[in-house]
Write a protein of this length. Structure first.
Length: 274
């Protein structure tokens, strides 16, 4: 089986949480994706995730956890972090390296603050510790698209906001296919998760993140802004890596992103056998 790929689910408090894991090794790595996950969820995406993150699979067990189904109507990112911690415990992941991207980075901050025993090292990519007008405008604009059922227009807006102009020129012909891929997605689930983004505010608590941490940002980020990455790193007092030519999708466009994260965890993570 590809990279020892497994998919399953756990039931906690009346809700079901799907998970995907792959790879072998002495370390667990939990990856927390961003808001667009709310359009489709994880089910059936194991093979593509294993291929995308195969660098980590050689010496780690990599985990992805979906958000609970059903979601509470007004869930917060803090509550999503609590749900994630419970799901990790349920599958036997007691302590892990954690990579959080965008909304996943918001969740990862609360995980490290409220469940510090669960996080050995942390990478926070293209995310924020508190909202700003640029991020709020994106969330409200995307929410309006979803509320109107304009899923294709939503995906086009997301892509144009996240990716560099060069990437958009190269792949614009695929936008109609992306829209079609989410046509049957649940808009309400996306709306609930989008609203959750607006609940993030760890600015006054960042000094409580004690594990080794790296913040990664994009100088051309039109979703959370480059300033948000700098504020986050300064508040934690940790290393910061900024990509000068990329925006919010730096984690996808930068060819060295996975290597950057891998080497950080290799240097700062904890082997479960020690």
């Amino acid at each position: 089986m590809l990279y020892d790929l497994k998919e399953g689910s756990v039931r906690l408090g009346g809700a079901e949480t799907n998970w995907i894991s792959f790879g072998k090794g002495t370390r667990d790595l939990v990856m927390i994706p961003g808001l667009v996950l709310g359009l489709k969820g994880l089910r059936g995406s194991g093979a593509s995730l294993a291929l995308s993150y195969r660098l980590f699979a050689k010496d780690r067990r990599v985990w992805f956890f979906d958000h609970p189904d059903p979601l509470p109507e007004h869930v917060t990112v803090k509550e999503l972090a609590d749900d994630l911690a419970a799901a990790m415990r349920a599958v036997g992941v007691e302590r892990a390296e954690v990579l959080g991207v965008s909304q996943g980075g918001m969740i990862a901050q609360y995980l490290a603050l409220d469940h510090p025993e669960a996080v050995s090292a942390l990478v926070l990519a293209v995310t924020l510790c508190r909202n700003n007008p640029v991020a709020e405008d994106c969330i409200r604009r995307w929410s309006a698209r979803a509320r109107a059922g304009e899923m294709g227009a939503l995906m086009r807006d997301v892509m144009e906001s996240m990716y560099s102009e060069a990437y958009i020129r190269r792949y614009r012909f695929l936008f109609p296919l992306l829209g079609a891929s989410v046509r049957s997605a649940d808009p309400q689930r996306f709306l609930t998760l989008a609203e959750a983004c607006l609940s993030c505010d760890t600015a006054g608590r960042l000094g409580g993140i004690r594990c080794p941490t790296l913040v990664v940002g994009g100088e051309r980020d039109r979703v959370v802004t480059a300033a948000a990455s700098r504020e986050l790193a300064a508040g934690i007092g940790c290393a910061l890596h900024m990509y000068p030519d990329y925006g919010h999708a730096a984690y996808d466009e930068a060819k060295d992103f996975n290597r950057l994260v891998y080497h950080f965890f290799k240097s700062h993570g904890e082997d479960k056998t020690t």
